[in-house]
Ligand binder design. Structure first.
Ligand SMILES: Nc1nc2c(c(=O)[nH]1)N[C@H]1C(S)=C(S)[C@@H](COP(=O)(O)O)O[C@H]1N2
Ligand SMILES: [Mo]
Length: 349
């Protein structure tokens, strides 16, 4: 593995992950939810803030925060995971946010559904995609840009998409997109545009940087690659026992130990989680907790009778569409979607 660079350190110091012990909270407290911000958190004047809906629509709309809050509201628990989660576990990685496995969180997002707003604006017959633009701007790939991403029309019209102004019952924190963000359940995090200020209906595929350059699964630099979209299944556990500082190696006493974690998939509901105490040699089915929300993670537990010695604990999620976590995910240039199984080394004495 290549040494980490100053630029990666700078990114890691700005964008924190969710400490794995926070898997114990069904709803991730806002301050423990992971964070990923490409540029700077923009300055926002809530009184002057407006969302516009424009482009291939019959009636362009301009909405204040009060207008948005006056509309029908919906609250939904959604697990958001960064597409770069696991990047630093690939043997070769690009210089980008060096996540291990902690770029995830499950929050209750409240806002107004997107579909009725698009209907009110009146979609033109040539409408093809919907582009979501944030207030934050920066330079990436040599291009000055606002952070923006698009969705195909049929995805944008899904029932569960909300323009969220609250996270866990509080106004969004600045770092999570205050005052308004898109939340796209089931898709990797890059889709859920924060500091949302403009929605543009377009009549041909959007070719912005975050769509055509970033967030593609490329096998080589020349490969155009497939776009990253929905979240592949993953299970994570809270490493059991006492962590050492600063190495974070875990020690626990022999005997019955309850191992717990969460699992999710953006493709289909989680069907099973398996646990292994021998590095993935043998697997045993873990117990699933009831589903809280189709779009949120699902709790799981396993009662492990820990024998003395060194062990590698693993967990593996499978969804009802048959997607299962691989031992090692397929490498790609951007270091995206690394959902290879978690490995936790523990010493039992
Ligand atoms: N405007 C804007 N939206 C954005 C981003 C950004 O940098 N700017 N980062 C995206 C990425 S890559 C991720 S993973 C999620 C992270 O959301 P969170 O910080 O609330 O966890 O926001 C997405 N939305
Ligand atoms: Mo991300």
């Amino acid at each position: 593995m290549e040494p980490f660079s100053q630029v990666e350190l700078q990114l890691a110091a700005r964008n924190h992950g969710m400490p794995l012990e926070a898997l114990r909270y069904p709803v991730t407290p806002a301050g423990l939810h992971y964070l990923l911000i490409h540029y700077d958190i923009p300055a926002v004047d809530p009184a002057a803030f407006a969302l516009t809906i424009e482009g291939a629509v019959e009636r362009p709309l301009t909405l204040s925060l009060d207008d948005l809050r006056a509309r029908p509201a919906r609250e939904l628990e959604v697990t958001i995971e960064c597409a770069g989660n696991g990047r630093a576990l690939f043997p070769i990685r690009p210089v980008s946010q060096p996540w291990l496995s902690e770029a995830v969180g499950n929050a209750a997002w409240k806002g107004t559904p997107l579909g009725p707003l698009l209907a009110e604006a009146g979609l033109g017959s040539d409408a093809d995609e919907v582009v979501f633009t944030g207030l934050d701007r920066g330079i990436e790939g040599g291009l000055v840009q606002a952070y923006e991403r698009s969705l195909p029309l049929e995805e944008a019209l899904r029932d569960e998409l909300v323009l969220a102004y609250e996270m866990n019952g509080q106004p969004l924190l600045p770092q999570h997109g205050y005052p308004l963000r898109l939340v796209v359940p089931g898709w990797y995090g890059m889709t859920s545009v924060k500091w949302l200020t403009r929605i543009t209906v377009v009549d041909e595929p959007f070719t912005g940087y975050q769509q055509t350059q970033a967030y593609r699964l490329r096998r080589s630099e020349e490969d155009e690659g497939e776009p990253v979209s929905r979240i592949f299944p993953r299970a994570l556990m809270i490493p059991p026992g006492l962590p050492s500082f600063p190495e974070r190696e875990w020690t626990l006493p022999r005997g019955p130990t309850r191992v717990e974690g969460r699992a999710w998939s953006g493709w289909a509901p989680v069907q099973s989680v398996e646990f292994s105490a021998d590095g993935g040699g043998t697997w045993i089915e873990a117990e699933l907790e009831p589903e809280r929300s189709r779009w949120g993670w699902r709790g799981w537990t396993h009662e492990w009778d820990a024998p003395p010695g060194d062990h590698v604990l693993c967990c593996r999620a499978r969804d009802s569409a048959g997607n299962v976590q691989p031992d090692e995910a397929e490498w790609n240039v951007g270091g995206y979607a690394n959902n290879g199984i978690q490995r936790v080394r523990v010493t039992v004495d």
